[in-house]
Design a protein around this ligand. Structure first.
Ligand code: S3P
Length: 468
Protein backbone atom coordinates (compact mmCIF):
# COMPACT_ATOMS: atom_id res chain seq x y z
CA UNK A 1 0.00 0.00 0.00
CA UNK A 2 1.28 3.49 -0.76
CA UNK A 3 2.00 5.58 2.30
CA UNK A 4 4.13 8.57 1.31
CA UNK A 5 1.35 11.08 1.91
CA UNK A 6 -1.22 10.82 4.65
CA UNK A 7 -4.87 11.43 3.74
CA UNK A 8 -5.11 14.64 1.75
CA UNK A 9 -6.49 17.47 3.78
CA UNK A 10 -9.69 19.11 2.68
CA UNK A 11 -9.63 22.85 2.06
CA UNK A 12 -10.42 24.88 5.20
CA UNK A 13 -14.10 24.70 6.09
CA UNK A 14 -16.00 27.94 5.80
CA UNK A 15 -19.68 28.60 5.48
CA UNK A 16 -18.96 31.27 2.90
CA UNK A 17 -20.28 30.16 -0.45
CA UNK A 18 -17.61 29.97 -3.16
CA UNK A 19 -18.09 32.84 -5.60
CA UNK A 20 -17.21 32.71 -9.24
CA UNK A 21 -17.93 34.73 -12.32
CA UNK A 22 -16.89 32.41 -15.14
CA UNK A 23 -18.30 34.74 -17.78
CA UNK A 24 -15.88 37.53 -16.90
CA UNK A 25 -12.86 35.73 -15.45
CA UNK A 26 -9.61 36.39 -17.34
CA UNK A 27 -8.04 33.35 -19.03
CA UNK A 28 -5.78 31.39 -16.67
CA UNK A 29 -3.08 29.73 -18.78
CA UNK A 30 -0.89 27.08 -17.15
CA UNK A 31 1.86 24.70 -18.16
CA UNK A 32 1.66 21.06 -17.04
CA UNK A 33 5.05 19.33 -16.98
CA UNK A 34 6.33 15.92 -15.96
CA UNK A 35 6.08 15.51 -12.19
CA UNK A 36 6.75 12.77 -9.67
CA UNK A 37 4.68 9.60 -9.54
CA UNK A 38 1.19 9.85 -8.07
CA UNK A 39 1.17 8.24 -4.65
CA UNK A 40 -0.77 8.24 -1.41
CA UNK A 41 -4.49 8.56 -0.91
CA UNK A 42 -6.75 11.24 -2.33
CA UNK A 43 -10.46 12.01 -2.28
CA UNK A 44 -12.09 13.68 -5.26
CA UNK A 45 -15.09 16.00 -4.77
CA UNK A 46 -18.70 14.85 -4.83
CA UNK A 47 -20.41 13.57 -7.92
CA UNK A 48 -21.66 16.39 -10.14
CA UNK A 49 -24.79 14.61 -11.41
CA UNK A 50 -25.84 13.57 -7.91
CA UNK A 51 -25.07 17.02 -6.48
CA UNK A 52 -27.33 18.78 -9.02
CA UNK A 53 -30.15 16.35 -8.35
CA UNK A 54 -29.89 16.58 -4.57
CA UNK A 55 -30.34 20.38 -4.69
CA UNK A 56 -33.15 20.23 -7.23
CA UNK A 57 -35.16 17.50 -5.52
CA UNK A 58 -34.52 19.05 -2.10
CA UNK A 59 -35.85 22.34 -3.47
CA UNK A 60 -39.21 20.88 -4.56
CA UNK A 61 -39.61 18.46 -1.65
CA UNK A 62 -41.48 19.25 1.54
CA UNK A 63 -39.26 19.78 4.56
CA UNK A 64 -35.50 19.84 4.89
CA UNK A 65 -32.83 18.05 2.86
CA UNK A 66 -29.33 17.81 4.25
CA UNK A 67 -26.55 17.10 1.79
CA UNK A 68 -22.94 16.23 2.60
CA UNK A 69 -20.12 15.84 0.10
CA UNK A 70 -21.81 18.24 -2.31
CA UNK A 71 -19.62 19.28 -5.24
CA UNK A 72 -19.06 23.02 -4.85
CA UNK A 73 -18.20 23.61 -8.49
CA UNK A 74 -19.63 26.45 -10.55
CA UNK A 75 -22.16 24.21 -12.31
CA UNK A 76 -23.77 23.05 -9.06
CA UNK A 77 -23.66 26.59 -7.64
CA UNK A 78 -25.66 27.69 -10.71
CA UNK A 79 -28.30 25.10 -9.83
CA UNK A 80 -28.34 26.27 -6.19
CA UNK A 81 -28.78 29.91 -7.26
CA UNK A 82 -31.63 29.01 -9.62
CA UNK A 83 -33.49 27.07 -6.93
CA UNK A 84 -33.14 30.01 -4.58
CA UNK A 85 -34.47 32.31 -7.29
CA UNK A 86 -37.56 30.08 -7.47
CA UNK A 87 -38.29 30.10 -3.75
CA UNK A 88 -36.25 27.35 -2.07
CA UNK A 89 -33.91 28.08 0.81
CA UNK A 90 -30.48 26.72 -0.08
CA UNK A 91 -27.78 27.28 2.48
CA UNK A 92 -24.14 26.22 2.86
CA UNK A 93 -23.44 25.10 6.42
CA UNK A 94 -19.86 23.84 5.99
CA UNK A 95 -17.45 22.39 3.43
CA UNK A 96 -19.68 20.35 1.11
CA UNK A 97 -22.48 20.49 3.69
CA UNK A 98 -25.68 22.13 2.50
CA UNK A 99 -29.25 22.40 3.75
CA UNK A 100 -32.17 22.85 1.40
CA UNK A 101 -35.64 23.83 2.61
CA UNK A 102 -37.97 22.94 -0.21
CA UNK A 103 -41.01 24.83 -1.46
CA UNK A 104 -43.07 21.63 -1.70
CA UNK A 105 -43.90 20.24 -5.12
CA UNK A 106 -45.94 22.60 -7.31
CA UNK A 107 -44.90 25.66 -5.32
CA UNK A 108 -41.85 26.96 -7.16
CA UNK A 109 -42.20 30.71 -7.56
CA UNK A 110 -41.61 32.98 -10.52
CA UNK A 111 -37.90 33.94 -10.72
CA UNK A 112 -37.46 37.72 -10.72
CA UNK A 113 -34.47 37.68 -13.07
CA UNK A 114 -32.89 35.48 -15.75
CA UNK A 115 -31.50 32.16 -14.52
CA UNK A 116 -27.76 32.25 -15.34
CA UNK A 117 -26.69 28.69 -16.11
CA UNK A 118 -23.02 29.47 -16.80
CA UNK A 119 -21.44 26.45 -18.51
CA UNK A 120 -23.87 23.85 -17.18
CA UNK A 121 -25.95 21.75 -19.55
CA UNK A 122 -27.16 19.57 -16.69
CA UNK A 123 -28.51 22.55 -14.73
CA UNK A 124 -30.25 23.90 -17.81
CA UNK A 125 -31.88 20.75 -19.10
CA UNK A 126 -32.98 19.38 -15.73
CA UNK A 127 -34.32 22.75 -14.55
CA UNK A 128 -36.28 23.11 -17.79
CA UNK A 129 -37.95 19.82 -16.83
CA UNK A 130 -38.67 20.99 -13.31
CA UNK A 131 -40.12 24.33 -14.49
CA UNK A 132 -42.25 22.62 -17.18
CA UNK A 133 -44.60 21.21 -14.56
CA UNK A 134 -45.02 24.50 -12.70
CA UNK A 135 -47.02 27.64 -13.61
CA UNK A 136 -43.77 29.58 -13.87
CA UNK A 137 -41.94 31.34 -16.71
CA UNK A 138 -38.15 31.39 -16.73
CA UNK A 139 -35.45 32.89 -18.92
CA UNK A 140 -32.30 30.78 -19.22
CA UNK A 141 -28.93 32.21 -20.23
CA UNK A 142 -25.48 30.63 -20.47
CA UNK A 143 -21.88 31.15 -21.51
CA UNK A 144 -20.67 30.88 -25.11
CA UNK A 145 -20.23 27.10 -24.84
CA UNK A 146 -23.68 26.43 -23.35
CA UNK A 147 -25.30 28.83 -25.83
CA UNK A 148 -24.17 26.57 -28.68
CA UNK A 149 -25.56 23.35 -27.20
CA UNK A 150 -28.79 21.77 -28.48
CA UNK A 151 -31.85 22.29 -26.27
CA UNK A 152 -34.33 20.99 -28.87
CA UNK A 153 -33.90 17.51 -27.39
CA UNK A 154 -35.55 18.80 -24.18
CA UNK A 155 -37.87 21.34 -25.78
CA UNK A 156 -39.54 18.58 -27.86
CA UNK A 157 -40.84 16.33 -25.05
CA UNK A 158 -41.60 19.27 -22.72
CA UNK A 159 -43.67 20.89 -25.49
CA UNK A 160 -45.67 17.66 -25.75
CA UNK A 161 -46.33 17.99 -22.03
CA UNK A 162 -47.68 21.53 -22.49
CA UNK A 163 -44.72 23.86 -21.89
CA UNK A 164 -44.11 26.72 -24.35
CA UNK A 165 -40.71 28.01 -25.50
CA UNK A 166 -39.19 31.05 -27.15
CA UNK A 167 -35.66 30.02 -28.07
CA UNK A 168 -32.91 31.28 -30.34
CA UNK A 169 -33.02 29.85 -33.88
CA UNK A 170 -31.90 26.22 -33.74
CA UNK A 171 -33.25 25.73 -30.22
CA UNK A 172 -30.35 27.15 -28.22
CA UNK A 173 -29.94 29.51 -25.27
CA UNK A 174 -30.91 32.18 -24.45
CA UNK A 175 -34.47 30.91 -24.17
CA UNK A 176 -37.65 31.69 -22.31
CA UNK A 177 -40.00 28.95 -21.27
CA UNK A 178 -43.48 28.95 -19.84
CA UNK A 179 -44.30 25.97 -17.66
CA UNK A 180 -47.79 24.61 -17.37
CA UNK A 181 -49.90 23.23 -14.54
CA UNK A 182 -51.36 20.74 -14.84
CA UNK A 183 -49.06 19.47 -17.57
CA UNK A 184 -49.99 16.46 -19.69
CA UNK A 185 -48.56 13.01 -18.98
CA UNK A 186 -46.80 11.51 -22.02
CA UNK A 187 -45.04 8.37 -23.15
CA UNK A 188 -41.70 9.37 -24.65
CA UNK A 189 -39.11 7.21 -26.37
CA UNK A 190 -35.70 8.87 -26.09
CA UNK A 191 -34.32 9.64 -29.56
CA UNK A 192 -30.80 10.17 -28.10
CA UNK A 193 -29.10 8.26 -25.27
CA UNK A 194 -29.22 11.16 -22.81
CA UNK A 195 -29.71 11.08 -19.05
CA UNK A 196 -30.39 14.80 -19.17
CA UNK A 197 -33.35 14.38 -21.51
CA UNK A 198 -34.66 11.41 -19.52
CA UNK A 199 -34.32 13.37 -16.29
CA UNK A 200 -36.02 16.46 -17.71
CA UNK A 201 -39.12 14.41 -18.55
CA UNK A 202 -39.08 12.60 -15.19
CA UNK A 203 -38.81 15.91 -13.31
CA UNK A 204 -41.64 17.42 -15.36
CA UNK A 205 -43.71 14.33 -14.55
CA UNK A 206 -43.49 14.88 -10.80
CA UNK A 207 -46.18 17.56 -10.74
CA UNK A 208 -48.15 16.08 -13.64
CA UNK A 209 -51.24 13.97 -12.92
CA UNK A 210 -51.16 10.42 -14.32
CA UNK A 211 -48.46 8.12 -15.68
CA UNK A 212 -45.54 9.60 -17.56
CA UNK A 213 -43.39 6.95 -19.21
CA UNK A 214 -39.88 7.28 -20.61
CA UNK A 215 -38.63 4.50 -22.87
CA UNK A 216 -34.88 4.24 -22.90
CA UNK A 217 -33.54 2.03 -25.72
CA UNK A 218 -29.98 2.47 -24.42
CA UNK A 219 -29.55 2.76 -20.63
CA UNK A 220 -27.99 5.99 -19.35
CA UNK A 221 -26.98 7.07 -15.85
CA UNK A 222 -29.82 6.32 -13.43
CA UNK A 223 -29.12 8.78 -10.59
CA UNK A 224 -32.49 10.51 -11.11
CA UNK A 225 -34.39 7.26 -10.77
CA UNK A 226 -32.48 6.25 -7.62
CA UNK A 227 -32.88 9.62 -5.96
CA UNK A 228 -36.53 10.10 -6.94
CA UNK A 229 -37.34 6.80 -5.24
CA UNK A 230 -35.38 7.94 -2.17
CA UNK A 231 -37.49 11.14 -1.97
CA UNK A 232 -40.66 9.02 -2.13
CA UNK A 233 -41.78 9.40 -5.76
CA UNK A 234 -43.95 6.65 -7.23
CA UNK A 235 -41.48 5.40 -9.84
CA UNK A 236 -41.24 2.00 -11.50
CA UNK A 237 -38.51 0.71 -13.76
CA UNK A 238 -38.99 -2.32 -16.00
CA UNK A 239 -37.37 -3.85 -19.06
CA UNK A 240 -39.36 -4.74 -22.18
CA UNK A 241 -37.75 -6.13 -25.32
CA UNK A 242 -34.36 -4.96 -24.08
CA UNK A 243 -35.51 -1.36 -23.47
CA UNK A 244 -35.75 0.31 -20.06
CA UNK A 245 -39.22 1.58 -19.25
CA UNK A 246 -39.41 4.21 -16.49
CA UNK A 247 -42.82 5.25 -15.23
CA UNK A 248 -43.60 8.07 -12.82
CA UNK A 249 -47.09 8.50 -11.41
CA UNK A 250 -47.87 12.08 -10.51
CA UNK A 251 -48.46 14.22 -8.71
CA UNK A 252 -45.69 12.96 -6.45
CA UNK A 253 -45.19 13.57 -2.76
CA UNK A 254 -41.53 14.28 -2.10
CA UNK A 255 -40.11 14.44 1.40
CA UNK A 256 -36.75 15.98 2.36
CA UNK A 257 -33.88 13.49 2.72
CA UNK A 258 -30.37 13.17 4.08
CA UNK A 259 -27.97 12.59 1.20
CA UNK A 260 -24.29 11.70 1.24
CA UNK A 261 -22.84 12.36 -2.21
CA UNK A 262 -20.16 9.85 -3.27
CA UNK A 263 -16.96 10.94 -5.04
CA UNK A 264 -17.31 11.67 -8.75
CA UNK A 265 -15.97 8.88 -10.99
CA UNK A 266 -15.64 11.43 -13.79
CA UNK A 267 -13.21 13.43 -11.64
CA UNK A 268 -11.45 10.30 -10.37
CA UNK A 269 -10.89 9.41 -14.04
CA UNK A 270 -8.15 12.06 -14.49
CA UNK A 271 -6.19 10.76 -11.50
CA UNK A 272 -6.75 7.12 -12.47
CA UNK A 273 -5.31 7.70 -15.94
CA UNK A 274 -2.46 9.84 -14.61
CA UNK A 275 -1.51 7.10 -12.12
CA UNK A 276 -1.63 4.42 -14.84
CA UNK A 277 0.62 6.48 -17.11
CA UNK A 278 3.23 8.02 -14.78
CA UNK A 279 5.91 5.41 -13.93
CA UNK A 280 6.18 4.53 -10.26
CA UNK A 281 2.63 5.64 -9.42
CA UNK A 282 0.71 3.81 -6.73
CA UNK A 283 -2.41 5.76 -5.77
CA UNK A 284 -5.61 5.15 -3.84
CA UNK A 285 -8.63 7.27 -4.75
CA UNK A 286 -11.10 6.95 -1.91
CA UNK A 287 -14.87 6.88 -2.04
CA UNK A 288 -15.39 6.73 -5.81
CA UNK A 289 -18.96 6.26 -7.06
CA UNK A 290 -19.09 3.13 -9.22
CA UNK A 291 -22.69 3.10 -10.38
CA UNK A 292 -22.60 0.66 -13.35
CA UNK A 293 -24.18 3.33 -15.57
CA UNK A 294 -21.10 5.51 -14.94
CA UNK A 295 -18.07 3.30 -14.39
CA UNK A 296 -17.21 1.79 -17.78
CA UNK A 297 -13.95 3.76 -18.06
CA UNK A 298 -12.42 1.57 -15.37
CA UNK A 299 -13.54 -1.58 -17.24
CA UNK A 300 -12.01 -0.30 -20.48
CA UNK A 301 -8.75 0.70 -18.80
CA UNK A 302 -8.53 -2.81 -17.29
CA UNK A 303 -9.11 -4.29 -20.75
CA UNK A 304 -6.10 -2.21 -21.87
CA UNK A 305 -4.00 -3.74 -19.09
CA UNK A 306 -4.54 -1.13 -16.37
CA UNK A 307 -4.02 -2.32 -12.81
CA UNK A 308 -7.11 -0.96 -11.04
CA UNK A 309 -8.42 -2.69 -7.94
CA UNK A 310 -11.63 -1.94 -6.09
CA UNK A 311 -11.12 -1.94 -2.33
CA UNK A 312 -13.83 -2.06 0.32
CA UNK A 313 -16.90 -2.00 -1.98
CA UNK A 314 -19.86 -0.48 -0.12
CA UNK A 315 -22.92 1.71 -0.56
CA UNK A 316 -23.00 5.48 -0.04
CA UNK A 317 -26.17 7.51 -0.58
CA UNK A 318 -27.85 4.63 -2.43
CA UNK A 319 -24.95 4.31 -4.86
CA UNK A 320 -22.20 1.66 -5.10
CA UNK A 321 -18.81 3.03 -4.00
CA UNK A 322 -15.27 1.68 -3.54
CA UNK A 323 -11.72 2.93 -3.07
CA UNK A 324 -9.72 2.53 -6.26
CA UNK A 325 -6.13 1.33 -6.00
CA UNK A 326 -4.26 2.21 -9.18
CA UNK A 327 -0.71 1.33 -10.14
CA UNK A 328 1.40 2.35 -13.10
CA UNK A 329 0.72 -0.08 -15.96
CA UNK A 330 1.82 -0.78 -19.51
CA UNK A 331 -1.35 -0.21 -21.55
CA UNK A 332 -2.26 -1.85 -24.86
CA UNK A 333 -4.54 -0.27 -27.47
CA UNK A 334 -7.96 -1.86 -28.05
CA UNK A 335 -11.13 -1.36 -30.08
CA UNK A 336 -13.44 0.13 -27.44
CA UNK A 337 -16.89 -1.48 -27.51
CA UNK A 338 -19.31 1.34 -28.51
CA UNK A 339 -21.89 -0.19 -26.16
CA UNK A 340 -19.82 1.26 -23.30
CA UNK A 341 -20.23 4.83 -24.58
CA UNK A 342 -23.22 5.98 -22.47
CA UNK A 343 -21.64 4.70 -19.25
CA UNK A 344 -18.37 6.58 -19.83
CA UNK A 345 -19.60 9.42 -22.01
CA UNK A 346 -17.67 12.11 -20.09
CA UNK A 347 -14.48 10.04 -19.81
CA UNK A 348 -13.48 9.77 -23.47
CA UNK A 349 -11.22 12.84 -23.47
CA UNK A 350 -9.01 11.30 -20.78
CA UNK A 351 -9.28 7.82 -22.31
CA UNK A 352 -7.81 9.34 -25.50
CA UNK A 353 -4.81 10.47 -23.43
CA UNK A 354 -4.38 6.94 -22.04
CA UNK A 355 -4.59 5.58 -25.60
CA UNK A 356 -1.93 8.05 -26.77
CA UNK A 357 0.57 6.35 -24.41
CA UNK A 358 -0.61 2.75 -25.03
CA UNK A 359 1.16 0.16 -27.17
CA UNK A 360 -0.57 -0.04 -30.56
CA UNK A 361 -3.86 1.27 -31.88
CA UNK A 362 -7.00 2.28 -29.97
CA UNK A 363 -10.18 2.65 -32.01
CA UNK A 364 -13.29 4.41 -30.66
CA UNK A 365 -16.64 4.57 -32.47
CA UNK A 366 -20.25 5.52 -31.75
CA UNK A 367 -19.28 8.82 -30.12
CA UNK A 368 -21.35 11.35 -32.11
CA UNK A 369 -22.68 12.77 -28.81
CA UNK A 370 -19.18 14.00 -27.94
CA UNK A 371 -19.59 16.66 -30.62
CA UNK A 372 -22.32 18.42 -28.60
CA UNK A 373 -20.75 18.46 -25.13
CA UNK A 374 -19.17 21.58 -23.56
CA UNK A 375 -17.08 21.57 -26.75
CA UNK A 376 -16.87 19.29 -29.79
CA UNK A 377 -14.72 16.87 -27.82
CA UNK A 378 -13.65 14.78 -30.81
CA UNK A 379 -12.32 17.82 -32.67
CA UNK A 380 -10.93 19.45 -29.51
CA UNK A 381 -9.06 16.34 -28.34
CA UNK A 382 -7.79 15.47 -31.84
CA UNK A 383 -6.33 18.99 -32.16
CA UNK A 384 -4.99 19.05 -28.60
CA UNK A 385 -3.32 15.64 -28.70
CA UNK A 386 -1.76 16.39 -32.08
CA UNK A 387 -0.22 19.55 -30.61
CA UNK A 388 1.09 17.39 -27.75
CA UNK A 389 2.71 15.07 -30.30
CA UNK A 390 0.25 12.14 -30.53
CA UNK A 391 -0.83 10.36 -33.71
CA UNK A 392 -4.58 10.76 -34.18
CA UNK A 393 -7.13 10.17 -36.93
CA UNK A 394 -10.51 11.83 -36.48
CA UNK A 395 -13.64 10.12 -37.81
CA UNK A 396 -17.19 11.43 -37.69
CA UNK A 397 -18.01 9.21 -34.69
CA UNK A 398 -14.70 8.67 -32.90
CA UNK A 399 -10.92 8.91 -32.82
CA UNK A 400 -8.28 6.35 -33.80
CA UNK A 401 -5.09 6.75 -31.81
CA UNK A 402 -1.70 5.17 -32.42
CA UNK A 403 0.01 5.08 -29.06
CA UNK A 404 3.66 5.58 -28.18
CA UNK A 405 3.98 2.31 -26.23
CA UNK A 406 4.80 4.17 -23.03
CA UNK A 407 7.26 6.71 -24.54
CA UNK A 408 6.60 10.29 -23.41
CA UNK A 409 4.70 12.58 -25.78
CA UNK A 410 6.82 15.39 -27.21
CA UNK A 411 4.77 18.26 -25.74
CA UNK A 412 5.83 21.76 -26.77
CA UNK A 413 5.20 25.46 -26.62
CA UNK A 414 1.97 25.80 -28.62
CA UNK A 415 -1.03 26.33 -26.30
CA UNK A 416 -3.93 23.89 -26.23
CA UNK A 417 -7.35 25.49 -26.77
CA UNK A 418 -9.58 24.55 -23.82
CA UNK A 419 -12.72 25.78 -25.65
CA UNK A 420 -14.54 26.53 -22.33
CA UNK A 421 -14.43 22.78 -21.62
CA UNK A 422 -13.21 21.63 -18.19
CA UNK A 423 -12.60 18.07 -19.36
CA UNK A 424 -10.35 19.17 -22.24
CA UNK A 425 -8.27 21.21 -19.78
CA UNK A 426 -7.92 18.38 -17.23
CA UNK A 427 -7.28 15.69 -19.84
CA UNK A 428 -4.50 17.74 -21.38
CA UNK A 429 -3.08 18.50 -17.92
CA UNK A 430 -2.67 14.72 -17.59
CA UNK A 431 -1.04 14.63 -21.03
CA UNK A 432 1.39 17.28 -19.78
CA UNK A 433 2.53 14.94 -16.98
CA UNK A 434 3.64 12.42 -19.60
CA UNK A 435 5.27 14.77 -22.10
CA UNK A 436 8.95 15.68 -22.50
CA UNK A 437 8.49 19.44 -22.91
CA UNK A 438 5.23 19.91 -21.00
CA UNK A 439 1.83 20.96 -22.32
CA UNK A 440 0.56 24.54 -22.25
CA UNK A 441 -3.18 24.98 -21.59
CA UNK A 442 -4.63 28.32 -22.71
CA UNK A 443 -7.21 28.53 -19.91
CA UNK A 444 -7.59 26.39 -16.81
CA UNK A 445 -10.51 28.53 -15.55
CA UNK A 446 -13.20 26.09 -16.76
CA UNK A 447 -11.83 23.38 -14.44
CA UNK A 448 -13.70 25.13 -11.62
CA UNK A 449 -17.04 24.17 -13.17
CA UNK A 450 -16.64 20.56 -11.98
CA UNK A 451 -13.39 20.12 -10.04
CA UNK A 452 -12.25 23.23 -8.14
CA UNK A 453 -9.66 21.26 -6.13
CA UNK A 454 -8.04 19.61 -9.18
CA UNK A 455 -4.73 21.49 -8.99
CA UNK A 456 -4.45 21.09 -5.23
CA UNK A 457 -4.99 17.34 -5.45
CA UNK A 458 -2.59 17.01 -8.38
CA UNK A 459 0.12 18.87 -6.48
CA UNK A 460 -0.52 16.73 -3.44
CA UNK A 461 -0.54 13.38 -5.26
CA UNK A 462 2.63 14.23 -7.20
CA UNK A 463 4.42 15.51 -4.10
CA UNK A 464 4.67 19.13 -5.32
CA UNK A 465 4.44 22.31 -3.32
CA UNK A 466 0.91 23.68 -3.73
CA UNK A 467 0.62 25.78 -6.92
CA UNK A 468 -0.40 29.39 -6.28
C1 S3P B 1 -25.37 14.19 -17.16
C2 S3P B 1 -25.62 13.48 -18.31
C3 S3P B 1 -24.68 13.44 -19.43
C4 S3P B 1 -23.28 13.93 -19.06
C5 S3P B 1 -23.32 15.16 -18.22
C6 S3P B 1 -24.12 14.94 -16.94
C7 S3P B 1 -26.38 14.17 -16.08
O1 S3P B 1 -25.16 14.27 -20.46
O2 S3P B 1 -22.51 14.16 -20.21
O3 S3P B 1 -22.01 15.56 -17.85
O4 S3P B 1 -26.07 14.56 -14.94
O5 S3P B 1 -27.52 13.74 -16.35
P1 S3P B 1 -26.19 13.73 -21.60
O6 S3P B 1 -27.45 13.38 -20.96
O7 S3P B 1 -26.33 14.90 -22.53
O8 S3P B 1 -25.48 12.57 -22.23
Amino acid sequence: MPHRHPAVKSPPVSTREPKADPLHAPAAPRRFSPAGPLTGRIRVPGDKSISHRSIMLGAVASGETRVTGLLEGEDVLATAAAMRAMGAEVERTGGGAWTVRGTGLGRLTQPAAALGMGNSGTSTRLLMGLVAGHPVSAHFTGDASLSRRPMGRVIDPLTLMGARFEAAAGGTLPLTMHGCSPATAITYRLPVASAQVKSAVLLAALNTPGNTTVIEPVPTRDHSERMLRGFGADLEVGVERGERIIRVTGPATLTGQTIEVPGDPSSAAFFAVAALLVPGSDLVIENVGLNPTRAALFTVLRQMGGRIEELDPREVGGEPVADLHIRHSALTGIAVDPAFAPSMIDEFPVLFVAAALAQGRTITTGLEELRVKESDRLAAMAAALRIAGATITEQEDGLTIDGTGGELLAGGAEAIATRLDHRIAMSMAVAGLVSRAGVEIDDTGPIATSFPTFQMLLDSATGQEPTQ
